[in-house]
Design a protein around this ligand. Structure first.
Ligand SMILES: Cc1cc2nc3c(=O)[nH]c(=O)nc-3n(C[C@H](O)[C@H](O)[C@H](O)COP(=O)(O)OP(=O)(O)OC[C@H]3O[C@@H](n4cnc5c(N)ncnc54)[C@H](O)[C@@H]3O)c2cc1C
Length: 468
């Protein structure tokens, strides 16, 4: 069986490795236009901020490591054509100064082409000193430019924007993060929770401008600043962290169906062309709560999808389940994470919700080093948990994962509040903050129920009075 994988990121390389795990005879070739493979883009901000020593440390494998497992990885090679009818791909390989054209046959093709940063259509985006952030090379270029800069603007206050902003701040720059929406991290946090993170990053000295879309980047050949409505800022560098667009050109060429956002796949990660599979940022998935198509541009999703695609390609059965988009991030000492829907997203999807909120401590009150923790739990009107957001200086990821399990198991806040959690003063509170938030949601639901019953009673009384 010949398998060709386009893309040497998390999705592509994991699919190749998983196929090898299940089938020792498959002939596997991975083609990527990048120079480096098997590195973690997620770690780029942590190299900038100095927590990881250097970019070399985030490269986990070289092509030679894959060759040892009989996986042929071809780097600096761009796939330019997929001939679906002939089961072949054509690629251009950079060999020194020359570009060589080659062709490969496949029985199965895996499209793992990821996404490319969205560059807003505006003046100044291509000036020197304006950067996007996706690859290790982008990270290296940002670091090189930052070393000779004083002021930076990061456009976009999603996770990646904030992580990069912190990295640049730690390098000694004056940093401003700008966001067109009225809050930071709009995809994962509600405004009240986002404000906690905003206060924290402002205390670190990062400036935040909200509700103002960038209009243009100023400069002749090199960036000098940027304009946001009535506001104008000077800067030596601008980083565009304005989202990711799926790379779907190869899939389109192969005749695969494209959905609302990206490549359409079934639960086997198979496209509409039966011997072509697709994984990672280039595909769209189902949202577990709304049932609608959505995107899940996360390394964790790409790796999970790669297992499913590999199993189905080798003839085993596996299904990719709809996503809850669990995420977590860390800026300075503050961790924040979320899973499922926020109140805002739920309401946008026509789901009425009640939220339980609690701020508590991560350890027993008297124990040295206890940190504040904020939990917001989002439940539908039947009490079923559909989302959770958590902010603290420790143990956020484990709690987000607990909530991911709870949501996947369709627990209600009442059921969760009766669950058994472990306790010892140095590591936890006797009643976990998650339970306290679930109890708060239960109380609110009860109050709403009571109000509804009272309203019904008063309507009944009124109508009895009217009829008597
Ligand atoms: C700064 C940053 C921080 C992040 N932090 C997190 C995090 O903390 N947690 C998390 O879960 N996710 C995080 N992500 C997202 C995560 O990195 C992506 O979701 C993940 O890399 C997607 O993997 P992929 O294989 O789909 O795409 P990619 O990693 O983008 O790989 C796609 C590959 O395909 C290649 N390619 C595309 N077209 C062609 C072609 N025609 N021919 C040859 N090769 C081609 C590209 O060159 C690339 O090598 C972060 C991303 C960034 C940029």
């Amino acid at each position: 069986m010949k398998v060709v994988v386009i893309g040497g990121g998390a999705g592509g390389l994991s699919t190749a490795s998983n196929i090898r795990k299940y089938d020792e005879n498959a002939e596997i070739t991975v083609i990527t236009r990048d120079e480096h493979i098997a590195y973690s883009p997620c770690a780029i901000p942590y190299v900038l901020c100095g927590e990881v020593d250097c970019f070399e440390n985030i490269i986990m494998h070289e092509p030679a490591d894959y060759l040892e497992r009989n996986i042929n990885v071809i780097t600096r090679a761009e796939v330019v054509e997929v001939k679906e009818a002939e089961n072949t791909i054509k690629y251009h390989l950079q060999e020194g100064q020359n570009v060589v054209q080659n062709e490969l046959e496949y029985d199965y093709l895996v499209i793992a082409t990821g996404g490319s940063p969205f560059i807003p259509p505006m003046e100044g985006c291509y000036l020197d000193g304006v950067f996007k952030i996706r690859t290790i090379k982008d990270g290296q270029q940002i670091m090189g430019w930052a070393e000779k800069s004083k002021k930076a603007i990061v456009v976009g206050a999603g996770l990646i924007g904030l992580e990069i902003a912190f990295g640049l701040k730690n390098m000694g720059l004056v940093v401003t993060v700008t966001e067109m929406l009225p809050q930071i991290v709009p995809r994962s946090l509600d405004p009240d929770m986002a404000k906690i993170v905003q206060n924290y990053i402002e205390k670190l000295g990062i400036n935040v401008i909200l509700g103002k879309p960038i209009e243009k980047i100023k400069g002749e050949t090199v960036v000098e600043g940027a304009v946001f409505g009535d506001e104008e800022l000077e800067a030596d560098m601008v980083i565009l962290a304005t989202g990711v667009r799926p790379e779907i050109a190869m899939a389109k060429m192969a005749g695969c169906d494209i959905g609302r956002w990206a490549i359409e796949v079934n639960e086997k990660m198979q496209t509409s062309v039966p011997n072509i599979y697709a994984v990672g940022d280039c595909v769209e998935v189902f949202d577990a709560i709304t049932g609608h198509n959505t995107q899940s541009p996360l390394g964790s999703t790409a790796v999970r999808q790669s297992k499913i695609a590999a199993k189905n390609i080798v003839g085993m059965k596996a299904e990719f389940k709809p996503v809850l988009n669990s995420m977590v991030s860390k800026i300075g000492n503050l961790e924040f994470g979320a899973v499922g829907l926020t109140t805002t997203l739920a309401l946008q999807n026509g789901i009425k919700v009640v939220s339980g909120k609690k701020n508590a401590l991560t350890k027993a009150r008297y124990y040295p080093g206890a940190k504040r923790i904020d939990v917001k739990m989002v439940c539908d009107m039947n009490g079923k948990i559909i989302g959770c957001q958590i902010i603290a200086e420790e143990r956020v990821a484990e709690r987000v994962d607990t909530m991911s399990l709870a949501i996947a198991q369709e627990l209600t806040c009442a059921e969760l509040s009766n669950m058994e959690f472990s306790y010892a003063p140095p590591v936890s509170m006797v009643i976990d903050p998650i339970i306290l938030a679930a109890e708060d949601a239960c109380e609110k639901l009860k109050r709403l129920q009571k109000r509804k019953e009272n309203n019904k009673d008063s309507i009944n009384t009124n109508s009895n009075n009217l009829s008597s």
